[in-house]
Design a protein around this ligand. Structure first.
Ligand code: ZN
Length: 303
């Protein structure tokens, strides 16, 4: 008799778990978080773990400079309890999206506290802006992660211990990554540490690790490279014997193909500047992205 009642209770429990709605009831306990683009999404996933339900707006290989939000993005923002953005003027489209969604969720600029680099001088731009690509220095990635940890704790105080533990584990992986990049750069002959990429996405990397980057397009992909920018780069490659040019996953390859053809510079492997690759690609996480890029640079510059 007792056994029967136990069996019936188990059936009821199982049925309630399997009923439609059971899963969403469980998910609704999770903190709904929106990240503006894939790299921030990966940081948030590492810190939030299974306590958060994460939606990333600009996905793999997407360009966060010039994104056009969809109606589904508006719904995600409206439901979110926390919205994570880069800041440093990367997501010019986010303000309107948050406003039109009527969101009251905190909008956290995760690059906060990182000293911003100015847009490189010497361009024909109306006003020099700030460079948003701070994640390209792993020391800055640590700041992003601690900001995300603190934002998650503020939005979900019960998760404090979990968020702190996840962040600590991930920060130690970032420490290893930073040392790997430094060791790889040290192995590249000093006179070959020069690279051309399509847009100015690697200034933080340059400052942190000592490779020189030159790009025909500015820090945003919103403005096309002018004929003058391209001509200047071609002269510079020839004069300084820059060994390699790299395509970025978010950029149109035609410009770089033309530059490579006119200068004879070698075309390196595709690198990832502003977005991760899809799950099956070589840069599906931030750590894999940074490892992939330094390997691509090293391979093209070493021989
Ligand atoms: Zn960019």
């Amino acid at each position: 008799m007792i056994q029967n009642r136990y069996v019936i209770t188990m059936y009821i429990l199982l049925a309630s778990l399997l009923l439609p709605g059971g899963a969403s009831a469980q998910d609704s306990a999770k903190l709904k978080v929106v990240a503006s683009f894939s790299i921030l999404g990966d940081f948030a996933k590492n810190v939030g773990g299974d306590r958060i339900e994460l939606a990333t707006l600009v996905g793999p290989d997407g360009d966060a400079h010039v994104y056009s939000p969809t109606p589904a993005d508006g719904r995600r923002i409206a439901e979110a309890k926390l919205v994570l953005v880069n800041g440093l003027k990367l997501e010019g489209w986010m303000g309107r999206l948050v406003k039109s969604a009527g969101s009251k969720a905190p909008l956290v600029e995760t690059a906060k506290g990182i000293p911003p680099l100015a847009e490189p001088a010497g361009r024909d731009r109306a006003a020099p802006g700030v460079d948003p690509h701070a994640w390209q220095d792993v020391a800055n990635a640590r700041t992003y992660v601690t900001n995300i940890r603190d934002a998650l704790i503020a939005a979900d105080p019960d998760g404090r211990a979990a968020y702190a533990a996840n962040a600590a584990a991930y920060l130690s992986q970032l420490g290893v990554l930073d040392a790997e990049i430094r060791a790889a750069v040290a192995r590249i002959p000093a006179d070959r540490r020069r690279i051309i990429t399509s847009h100015d996405a690697f200034a933080y990397f340059e400052k942190a690790y000592g490779l020189d980057f030159v790009a025909p397009q500015g820090v945003s992909t919103e403005t096309e490279a002018s004929a003058k920018d391209v001509a200047r780069i071609i002269v510079q490659i020839q004069r300084e014997k820059i060994p390699a040019v790299f395509f970025e996953n978010i950029s149109d390859p035609r410009l770089m193909e033309r530059i490579a053809k006119e200068t004879g510079a070698r075309i390196g492997e595709r690198v990832y500047s502003d977005a991760l690759s899809g799950p099956g690609g070589p840069a599906a996480t931030y750590i894999d992205m940074m490892r992939h890029n330094i390997k691509a640079f090293s391979t093209a510059l070493s021989s």
